[in-house]
Design a protein around this ligand. Structure first.
Ligand code: ADP
Ligand code: ADP
Length: 231
């Protein structure tokens, strides 16, 4: 089942201004249900831009984007927000956890925001996710009491709490040392294996790239490579 089908996607910034620049020049790619995809490429090649478009956080300038079979190009902001909540989870380089909230409260936050309340069953699901990323003992701790790697694992649990079929991660280990980075990545892989969630992960780290199932490389706003990772 195709989750994502991009065809000829172009993106320009500052449209209509003297400094208008096209940064994606006709990108076509697919993500199938259950895939674990690395998005790599030099700085400035358009990875964040592409992830932002995949995440319905910004609009493409032209081209086609079908998400779960539905063309999203013409949808209103409200419709995009609904699709975002239903279909997508996000992990960012800087985890954006709320400092005054416990790990558990941070994980249930997307439920609170989309439904206005958190049921007992949903709180149990959030606890289960924190347990699954090795944070059973840290559920009531504030982010400042956790290491960088632990904070990022809270962010992974949060990204999965609405049970999206697809999680987009922008440099999820970008600000971690090698050991924490490996551990966070191991949790991402385990979530993929155990839950069947699809992941698209932007990384600069070739070691992590080879731990994905497929590698898509973007150079100067074009797909330069799209192939399975051989092990
Ligand atoms: P990457 O994530 O691969 O480093 P980006 O998608 O962040 O690449 O950037 C691609 C290009 O788009 C760069 O030249 C960058 O300067 C430009 N760019 C990114 N965001 C904006 C923006 N909001 N306005 C104008 N230019 C942008
Ligand atoms: P990353 O490479 O980690 O994705 P960013 O997305 O923060 O880094 O920035 C990538 C490039 O896009 C940088 O060169 C940055 O200067 C440029 N950029 C980001 N936002 C804007 C913007 N609003 N206007 C112009 N350039 C931008």
């Amino acid at each position: 089942e195709e989750l994502v089908v991009l065809e000829g996607v172009r993106k320009s910034y500052n449209v209509g201004l003297p400094n208008e620049t096209e940064v994606l020049h006709g990108v076509s790619m697919r993500v199938t249900s259950g895939e674990f995809v690395a998005l790599m490429g030099p700085s400035g090649s358009g990875k964040s831009t592409l992830l932002t478009i995949l995440g319905l956080l910004d609009r493409m300038t032209s081209g086609s984007y079908r998400l779960q079979g539905e063309e999203v190009g013409g949808l209103s902001e409200a419709e995009l927000t609904l699709r975002r909540r239903r279909t997508l989870g996000f992990v960012f380089q800087f985890h954006h956890l709320l400092p005054a909230f416990s790990a558990l409260e941070n994980v249930t936050l997307p439920i609170l925001m989309s439904e206005g309340r958190v049921s007992g069953a949903e709180r149990d699901r959030a606890r289960g996710l924190l347990d699954a990323v090795g944070l059973a003992a840290a559920m009531d701790k504030k982010p400042s009491e956790l290491s960088g790697g632990m904070q990022q694992r809270v962010a992974i649990a949060r990204s999965l709490v609405l049970q999206p079929p697809l999680v987009l991660a922008d440099e999820p280990t970008g600000n971690l040392d090698t050991a924490s980075s490996d551990e966070v990545f191991t949790h991402l892989r385990r979530m993929h294996r155990e839950r069947g969630t699809s992941f698209v992960i932007v990384t600069h780290d070739p070691r992590l790239g080879t731990r994905c199932d497929r590698l898509v490389e973007l150079i100067d706003g074009k797909i330069a490579r799209d192939e399975p990772v051989s092990r």
